[in-house]
Write a protein that binds this ligand. Structure first.
Ligand SMILES: Nc1ncnc2c1ncn2[C@@H]1O[C@H](COP(=O)(O)OP(=O)(O)OP(=O)(O)O)[C@@H](O)[C@H]1O
Ligand SMILES: [Mg+2]
Length: 368
């Protein structure tokens, strides 16, 4: 337990009266640290015109004062900024974004092994976050095998281009979507080399009219090769979710995935174990651990990262992927509840990371 833990607990009592969410849920805390009995933090103001913006500093001081000897030991600075995707991804200042378009948090969903459920998790995480009231974007970066268009039932969608030449994402279930599959014929992309893929992804992110997003989810292609490495180095990620199934081969590849993010200093928000067990609908409570039991939990403990969720094999989930209606949108089902819980764990980890770690720096920028 770190010494920032009591501070985080105290900050959870600082509520925005309008939304009734606390400052961590509102993702307003940055650079939190404690040193020599003093608390240092930055409050990030997302909406400078709100009444909460004028009151939040005082409210944080009041909540934190019981933890320090003197009120002057609470050191708060105020800031307002967002990741402007246009500006962030500009190589030499030549590309200016027209109007504001950015994301507060960019989260990659990755795996080492293919077919473990990255796209399923990305899609349902995005839908669950949108249902929780967040502004969410989702990008399918898998140029060779895009699956998000199918999972949302929009295979034939063609995004429009605005007058300012920016791409307008397709919107489904409250999620703004873009897939390589909308713009590039996957059959033709097969011959693309790594640098072409990454520059296309980068252009994709910076030239799209996302509006003002709370979360942008990136569904990565399987593996830990050059393409994945370049994407995670090019985009300022807040964190990564690593998906695995319980088999030893999948876990070994998940370990490689975590190592890749460590290498480029992107925090791993946690592991998700997908296809963890099968519970026959006609024998409720009976769980079959078809691919092994407890492997992801053990790996999470070993690597000291959270286990964000365990998702069973669910025929509905598979069917919903195929028929284009994400399981998370089917309110009241066990799958929707599981994805809702997963989304809450992910946001919790993003806030914790944002509050306690400096912003992720891009390691390298590739030229278009
Ligand atoms: N929990 C689950 N229950 C049942 N089916 C699932 C579950 N998770 C994923 N699937 C199914 O498994 C298949 C693979 O899932 P998905 O496409 O999400 O994997 P992926 O990791 O994105 O694959 P790729 O590596 O090719 O990108 C899909 O048909 C999906 O419907
Ligand atoms: Mg996929």
């Amino acid at each position: 337990m770190s010494d920032t833990e009591p501070v985080l607990d105290a900050l959870k009592t600082v509520l925005d009266p309008d939304s009734e969410k606390h400052v961590l849920q509102l993702d307003m805390i940055r650079d939190l640290r404690t040193e020599d009995g003093k608390i240092y933090l930055t409050v990030q103001i997302h909406d400078p015109m709100s009444t909460f913006a004028s009151d939040v500093e005082r409210a944080c001081r009041a909540a934190l004062s019981p933890l320090v000897d003197s009120p002057s030991d609470v050191r708060i600075s105020l800031d307002n900024d967002m990741i402007d995707l246009g500006a962030e991804l500009t190589v030499d200042g030549a590309t200016q974004s027209d109007g504001f378009s950015g994301a507060r948090n960019i989260v990659a969903v990755a795996s080492g092994k293919g077919g473990v459920g990255k796209s399923t998790v990305s899609v349902n995480l995005a839908v669950a976050l949108a249902q929780q009231g967040f502004a969410v974007g989702l990008v399918d970066t898998d140029i060779y095998g895009p699956s998000i268009p199918t999972m949302f039932g929009v295979e034939d969608a063609k995004p429009k281009v605005a007058e300012n030449r920016r791409i307008l994402p397709i919107e489904r279930y409250g999620v703004k979507l873009l897939s390589m599959g909308f713009l590039v014929d996957p059959g033709k992309a097969v011959v693309w080399r790594g640098p072409m893929v990454t520059s296309a992804v980068k252009q994709f992110l910076s030239d799209t009219e996302w509006g003002d997003l709370d979360f942008l989810i990136l569904d990565l292609p399987p593996g830990t090769g050059d393409i994945q490495l370049t994407i995670v180095q090019t985009v300022p990620l807040n964190g990564a979710v690593v998906v695995s199934t319980p088999q030893r081969v999948a876990l070994a590849d998940a370990r490689k995935g975590v190592a890749m993010f460590d290498q480029v200093h992107v925090p791993v928000l946690g592991l998700v174990e997908n296809m963890a067990w099968f519970e026959p609908p006609d024998v409720p409570g009976r769980r079959y651990y078809l691919f092994g039991e407890g492997g992801a939990r053990a790996l999470a403990e070993e690597l000291n990262v959270p286990l964000l969720g365990e998702l069973p094999i669910d025929e509905e989930v598979r069917r919903n992927c195929d028929d284009g209606t994400p399981a998370a949108a089917h309110q009241g089902t066990p799958a929707a509840a599981a994805f809702d819980a997963l989304a809450r764990r992910v946001t919790e980890e993003v806030w914790r990371r944002n509050a306690t770690r400096p912003a992720t720096q891009k390691v390298e920028i590739l030229r278009r």
